[in-house]
Design a protein. Structure first.
Length: 287
C-alpha cells in the first residue's frame, strides 16, 4: 500500500460522513441514482430528492415503467435536467439488457445512456467492490497537490485514472476505501479555495506543501454564470411544464422573458434534448 493510502484509510475510517449511499445494503441501483444526482450538485440538495426518488422507483424496472415526463418532474430543482432523461433511458436499458440488475462491469455500465468514466467506475467500486480507480474533481485536486505539487489540477485527462490507480492497494476493499477517502478529502479538507492543510492526513506527504504552496495557475474551464443564461431560461420553461396538468401554449412559456431570442433558443434546445415536446401550438414534458 502506498504512503498516501496508508494515511488516507485510517483518516477516512475516523471522519467519513454518514451518507445514505455509504450505508450497508444501499444497493447498486441506489448508488447509480445517487451518482447521477451528485454530478455538479451539492450533497445536501441531493439527499432528500434521492430518498424520494428511490421510494417512488426502488428499482430500474419501476422507473422504466414510468413515462419520461414523470422522471423530469421528480428531478425537481436539481438542475441539468437532461440527467433525469438519461437516468430514465438507462433504467430502460438495464431492464431490457440486464434483467433489471445494474451491471457490475465497467464496459457494460459505460454502454448505458448518460454514464461516463466516473459514474461507471463509481458504481463498479462502491456497489460491487471492484478494484478500479474512481476520479472526480475532488480526487484530481488531491492528486494534483499531494503527488504533483500543483495548486490546481489541469483539465480532466485519461492520465488521471493512471494517477489514481497508482495509489490503490491491491486489496479490493481497501482500494474502495482509498477511492472514497480521496474524494472526501478533496470535498472537505483539500478544497479549491481554502484548503485546511493543518487538518490534512497527507500534510507530511504533500508535494505542494513541501514546495511552499506555489500558485501554478488554474487551467480548468470556468462555468458560465447562471443568472441571465440560457440555462436559467431553460429552467424557467421546465418549471412551468412540471407544474402543468395539460399542454401549455408555446406563446405562454415565459412570455415575459426579457430576451425573446434567448427564450426561443431555450425552447428549441429543450425540444432538441428531448426534454419537452411541442404538438401543434402546445408544449408538454415528454411522454
Amino acid at each position: 500500500m502506498s504512503e498516501i493510502a496508508d494515511a488516507l484509510v485510517p483518516w477516512f475510517q475516523r471522519t467519513a460522513r454518514d451518507l445514505p449511499w455509504r450505508r450497508a445494503g444501499f444497493g447498486a441501483w441506489g448508488i447509480l441514482v445517487s451518482e447521477f444526482m451528485l454530478q455538479q450538485t451539492p450533497v445536501t440538495r441531493v439527499i432528500p430528492l434521492l430518498e424520494a426518488w428511490l421510494e417512488r422507483w426502488p428499482s430500474p424496472a419501476a422507473l422504466a415503467e414510468a413515462p419520461p415526463a414523470e422522471a423530469v418532474k421528480q428531478w425537481a430543482n436539481l438542475g441539468y435536467p437532461r440527467r433525469a432523461l438519461w437516468l430514465h433511458r438507462a433504467a430502460v436499458e438495464i431492464t431490457e439488457r440486464h434483467d433489471g440488475i445494474v451491471p457490475n462491469d465497467v464496459d457494460a455500465l459505460l454502454a448505458l445512456t448518460g454514464i461516463g468514466d466516473y459514474t461507471a467506475r463509481a458504481v463498479a467500486v462502491f456497489a460491487y467492490g471492484r478494484r478500479e480507480p474512481v476520479v472526480d474533481t475532488n480526487t484530481r485536486r488531491v492528486i494534483a497537490r499531494a503527488v504533483h505539487g500543483r495548486s490546481q489540477p489541469g483539465p480532466a485527462a485519461k492520465r488521471d485514472l493512471a494517477d489514481m490507480s497508482a495509489l490503490l492497494p491491491d486489496d479490493d476493499h481497501a482500494a474502495a476505501v482509498v477511492n472514497a477517502a480521496a474524494m472526501e478529502l478533496g470535498a472537505l479538507v483539500c478544497t479549491a479555495r481554502t484548503p485546511r492543510c493543518e487538518e490534512c492526513p497527507l500534510r507530511e506527504l504533500c508535494a505542494w506543501r513541501a514546495a511552499g504552496y506555489p500558485d501554478t495557475g488554474d487551467q480548468r474551464p470556468k462555468q458560465a454564470r447562471y443568472e441571465g443564461s440560457d440555462r436559467q431560461a431553460r429552467g424557467a420553461v421546465l418549471r412551468i411544464l412540471r407544474h402543468a396538468d395539460h399542454d401549455v401554449p408555446v406563446v405562454a412559456l415565459i412570455a415575459d422573458w426579457p430576451d425573446p431570442v434567448q427564450r426561443d433558443r431555450a425552447i428549441d434546445s429543450l425540444v432538441a434534448d428531448g426534454l419537452i415536446e411541442i404538438d401543434g401550438e402546445g408544449a408538454r414534458l415528454p411522454r
